[in-house]
Design a protein around this ligand. Structure first.
Ligand SMILES: Nc1ncnc2c1ncn2[C@@H]1O[C@H](COP(=O)(O)OP(=O)(O)O)[C@@H](O)[C@H]1O
Ligand SMILES: [Mg+2]
Length: 178
């Protein structure tokens, strides 16, 4: 893919910081997964606004509080925050959104209250000569490196989220990047 390295870092840091906040104070599990979606499989994703093309996917998942369905349509708006004054600016996700759009990609949020949230970014695969020269071999030859798991707070927090949801199934909600 063709993206600005610093901007991509900013995307990941903003998503990870939000995940951390959503799992406070008990902690939980943050999982970052990368993948490749072939054009032929794009339709099966159910992301209707995505034109068929090859995409790199980056999913940032947490086992936090989740996002209420009524907020899902607002989270990418500048200055939308549910955090206390001084703790949130409401600019993290709008910045992420701007970067992803500028890079020709898409971002989606899927969330279940009490279970957690996954933000998935899709960036178009760049098939020019540059990409062939710069593509790091390790990404294709070592799939185990494409998945990192960072744990904090232990399984208790994650387990409680799942149990809570089993007793009181929460509505599954999804926000769609434009
Ligand atoms: N991983 C997440 N889990 C739960 N809620 C989230 C998550 N990420 C974002 N949000 C919600 O989206 C809002 C906007 O996020 P953001 O633009 O990063 O602003 P801020 O973090 O400064 O509040 C947050 O205040 C929060 O309500
Ligand atoms: Mg934020």
């Amino acid at each position: 893919m063709r993206a600005d390295r610093t901007q991509l870092e900013q995307v990941l840091v903003n998503l990870a910081v939000n995940a951390r906040d959503a799992m406070a104070p008990d902690g939980g599990t943050l999982t970052i997964t990368t993948g490749l979606v072939r054009a032929a499989d794009v339709r099966t994703l159910g992301r209707d606004i995505m034109p068929p093309a090859d995409y790199v996917s980056i999913a940032v998942s947490d086992t936090g509080c989740g996002i209420p369905p009524e907020n899902l349509g607002k989270i990418f708006d500048p200055f939308f925050t549910t955090k206390e004054v001084g703790k949130g600016t409401g600019l993290g996700l709008s910045t992420v959104y701007g970067i992803i759009k500028q890079t020709g990609g898409f971002i989606f949020a899927d969330s279940v209250i009490g279970q957690g949230t996954t933000f998935t970014v899709y960036l178009p695969v760049h098939s020019g000569e540059d990409a062939l020269v710069k593509a790091p071999v390790v990404e294709t030859s070592a799939p185990c490196r494409s998945r990192r798991r960072i744990c904090g707070g232990g399984a208790a927090a994650a387990g409680r989220g799942r149990g809570q949801c089993a007793r009181h199934p929460a509505p599954r909600a999804r926000a769609q990047g434009l």
